[in-house]
Design a protein around this ligand. Structure first.
Ligand SMILES: *Cc1c(COP(=O)(O)O)cnc(C)c1O
Length: 831
């Protein structure tokens, strides 16, 4: 090797460099103090809490660094097949605490900080959440990264480094007010920018067709403008192993050549303006959950990160390979929903136009490479882009999509002759007033695997959403029920419960969550019951303290903590919960003895800024809280809307929850993962037969799950029979009184008519069958209250829920993806 640095590297021994690598308290302390001085340029005594957070994070990053390079080298030298996860969202939350847990150095860090008079918890609280996602879909991607690294899979995430993540939610006079999430304002200690790996991305321009020297037709995409993608890498540490994988997020930067062109032409001002145009691409996360707004900038974001990622993947492949026929043996790419579905056309463009492969061969490679995960059945979430927009922004991709469609529809014609309707339904192009490209169809046709995220969801996907595709390619469809990482969602967020579990079944469950089954040996162990209840009680005290600080409401820690935390969406039916609270309160006002047990209802939810109905529901919950909390002394009822629901807030609420509200209209929630986190932390589910609730109930048994409501099939039948919500209203006195009270303006003194439209909509349309399920919900809530009275039976149910949560580890999910879709192997990394 001519590179002198390379020759030097082995001489730096890890033992000599304990300040960077040692995980004992003394080494951590030294590493921390060196970063205070040399990275922050401060004396310890003048360093701020933020300096100290940065210094400790950098010290932790040091301890990941050598494993990180070792992991990269291992994958490269072994020439392993890699799984690439393409996702427009990663809802990571905070990293410091999680990295301390996964590297096994939490106690050492705590001691090291104590020795220098610093409180570790205070530092951990300094970190802003990395909120690069909206909700479940983005959080799933984050859990998957944790599981990939923990299981030693060669996996890598690709996404967008949004300068502003999901907005910060303030509640002002009961209304949601959005603020920009400036998560990078004080710097991000975890990422490393790699400008040398920047990738140019073209937009607009035109396509030239000509015949090459070999007589083949060639297309060339030329002109337009170029934006540069700059990668920022974040280490993803496995739990208790040496694997450190990479999350690579792309930031948009103006291309220099382009700027120079204008600059040299004397148009300095325009060159700067255009620079801004380019850089807005990675500026902000679109704050919609399960809804497509159809904005041009959003399509630009999608193509931007997909083009960068595909170029990066192809570059890495070509370091060790020449022949693209081997590509699917080295590369698996998973599309997290249709947000990155343009990758199908992009890989085809690279293979056919740039690498000059034959179409058929390129398409075979493409199909063998991609897998597609569907995340929703909601029609308004299905991504469709106007062909005119595509033609302007990505002219070559539109041609490629038309060609894929042409060949695909020919296949359909041969299989189903004279079936024009079927062709219309299957086409990648939706004809109509405006021609549109159906991204889900592109993803299905371009992949060898299509999966739903819970058993029921996959069934409905096959039956109702993509039936023609399921008929044509039955082998392509499969289920991968979602999961959550037990490191963040138990070890980290609920250390008391984690410790109690370990005291009974030993360590090891963190990496093999099925071991929680061993808790069943303690189901009727009184001492364990007492300890379990004590943990929940302490967690409730902690949360009550936090809410006192945040909202100046004193929660009764002996109340049932009934929580609904998730994005605000009509299908999730926060309104059903709210209506029930009003009914309970009206009853309690007449006769306080109707309240079997005090109850604190907790809500956490962001509404998309443009989703008016959802924002009104937030206002309603706050209005109800205002009224109800004022006479909690007599009714025992409390309602708190906790602002700015996000990962770090979920980590506080979930360990304190008694009841998990999973009350979506059956058939609408693809899976849910909040349901799993709550189950894992010993909350009992009150839920419909929707998403993964179905599987949760199967695991714990009907007696340990509070089931209510119509089934997905009954929902369809009820609508088909002509659902009349007003009939329900007329026949249910308590419901009617509650709705009338809300409509009268009782909870919105500033505007008496505020909630009238919300109530009118329930009476006239009620798309999500809130009224149809109301009575069933109310009765099941009564069962919940009665069941809570019986401490031992309740605790037994909670323990059983924890014991049966093993299957909902994202480790199980990732193993299934790895073995059944990606065909990647575990590659442990040596010390
Ligand atoms: C888990 C999680 C979600 C998903 O919750 P669901 O109840 O499954 O919709 C959303 N947001 C955050 C912050 C989460 O941690």
């Amino acid at each position: 090797m001519s590179d002198p640095l390379r020759a030097q590297a082995p001489h730096v021994s890890l033992e000599e460099d304990a300040t960077r690598t040692g995980k004992d308290p003394a080494s951590v302390r030294r590493g921390f103090l060196e970063h205070v001085r040399y990275s922050r340029g401060k004396n310890p005594e003048t360093s701020t809490a933020h300096d100290r957070f940065m210094a400790l994070s950098l010290a932790v990053r040091d301890r990941l660094a050598h494993k990180w390079v070792k992991t990269a080298r291992t994958y490269y030298e072994k020439d392993v097949k890699r799984a690439y996860y393409l996702s427009a969202e990663y809802l990571l939350g905070r990293a410091l605490g999680n990295n301390l847990i996964n590297t096994g150095m939490y106690e050492a860090a705590e001691q090291a900080m104590r020795e220098v008079g610093v409180d570790l918890t205070t530092l951990i609280e300094m970190e802003p959440d990395a909120g690069l996602g909206n909700g479940g879909l983005g959080r799933l991607a984050a859990c998957f990264l944790d599981s990939l690294a923990t299981l030693a899979y060669p996996g890598m995430g690709y996404g967008i480094r949004y300068e502003f993540g999901i907005f910060t939610q303030d509640i002002v006079d009961g209304y949601q007010v959005e603020r920009a999430d400036e998560w990078l304002k004080f710097g991000n200690p975890w990422e490393i920018v790699r400008p040398e790996k920047a990738v140019p991305v073209r937009f607009f321009g035109r396509v030239e067709h000509h015949t090459g020297a070999d007589g083949q037709r060639v297309a060339r995409w030329v002109g337009g403008k170029t934006v540069v993608g700059v990668p920022f890498d974040t280490p993803i540490a496995g739990f208790g192993n040496n694997t450190v994988n990479t999350l690579r997020l792309w930031q948009a930067r103006a291309s220099e050549e382009f700027d120079l062109l204008l600059f040299n032409a004397g148009d300095y001002e325009r060159s700067v303006v255009e620079k801004n145009d380019s850089e807005v691409i990675s500026k902000v996360l679109y704050p919609n959950d399960a809804f497509q707004a159809g904005k041009e900038l959003r399509l630009k974001q999608q193509y931007f990160f997909v083009a960068c990622s595909i170029a990066d993947i192809v570059r890495r492949y070509l370091k060790g390979h020449k022949d693209f026929r081997d590509f699917p043996n080295k590369v698996a790419i998973q599309l997290n929903d249709t947000h990155p579905a343009i990758a199908v056309a992009e890989l085809m463009r690279v293979l056919v136009d740039e690498k000059r492969l034959q179409w058929d061969e390129a398409f075979h490679i493409t199909q063998q490479t991609f897998g597609y995960t569907n995340h929703t059945l909601l029609a308004e979430a299905m991504e469709k882009w106007p062909a005119t927009l595509f033609e302007r922004l990505l002219p070559r991709h539109l041609e490629i999509i038309y060609e894929i469609n042409h060949r695909f529809l020919r296949q359909v014609q041969i299989r189903y002759p004279f079936d024009e309707e079927r062709l219309r339904r299957l086409s990648l192009v939706e004809e109509g007033a405006e021609k549109k490209i159906r991204m889900a169809h592109l993803a299905v046709v371009g992949s060898h695997s299509v999966n739903g995220v819970a058993a029921l969801h996959t069934d409905l996907l096959r039956r109702d959403v993509l039936p023609d595709f399921a008929a044509m390619f039955p082998e392509r469809f499969n289920n991968k029920t979602n999961g959550v990482t037990p490191r963040r969602w138990l070890s980290w967020c609920n250390p008391r419960l984690a410790k109690l579990i370990t005291s009974r079944i030993g360590a090891g469950w963190e990496k093999d969550l099925d071991q929680l089954r061993k808790l069943e040996e303690h189901l009727d162990d009184k001492a364990f019951h007492t300890a379990f209840r004590e943990v929940k009680q302490q967690n409730k005290h902690d949360l009550a303290q936090h809410i006192q600080d945040l909202r100046s409401v004193s929660l009764n820690p002996n109340a049932i903590f009934d929580v609904q935390i998730k994005r605000l969406h009509e299908y999730k039916r926060q309104l059903l919960n709210a209506l029930h609270i009003v009914v309970l309160w009206m009853r309690a006002r007449r006769d306080p003895s109707t309240i079997v047990h005090p109850r604190a209802f907790l809500f956490g939810a962001k509404a998309a800024p443009g989703y008016q109905q959802a924002k009104q529901i937030i206002r309603l919950v706050n209005g109800i809280g205002e009224v109800i909390n004022s006479d909690a002394g007599t009714t025992g009822l409390q309602v708190v809307f906790v602002p700015n629901y996000r990962v770090s807030l979920a980590e506080r609420i979930i360990p304190a929850a008694d009841v998990s509200e999973q009350i979506s209209t059956a058939g609408w929630e693809a899976s849910g993962t909040g349901n799993m986190k709550l189950m894992l932390n010993g909350a009992l589910t009150l839920g419909t037969l929707d998403g993964a609730n179905v599987e949760i109930r199967e695991e714990v048994g009907d007696e340990n799950f509070f089931l209510f409501g119509l089934t997905a099939d009954e929902v369809i039948a009820r609508k088909k029979a002509g659902y009349r919500p007003r009939d329900v209203y007329n026949s249910h006195q308590e419901l009617r009184e509650a709705m009338d009270l809300i409509a009268s303006g009782f909870f919105s003194p500033e505007d008496r008519n505020l909630f009238k439209p919300l109530m009118d909509n329930l009476l006239e349309e009620d798309r999500y069958l809130v009224l149809a399920d109301f009575d069933s919900y109310m009765k099941k809530q009564e069962d919940v209250a009665r069941a809570y009275q019986d401490h031992d039976t309740w605790t037994r149910k909670c323990i059983l829920n924890v014991a049966r949560a093993g299957i909902f580890s994202s480790d199980r999910t990732i193993k299934q993806y790895a073995e059944e879709i990606w065909r990647v192997k575990q590659i442990p990394v040596d010390q």
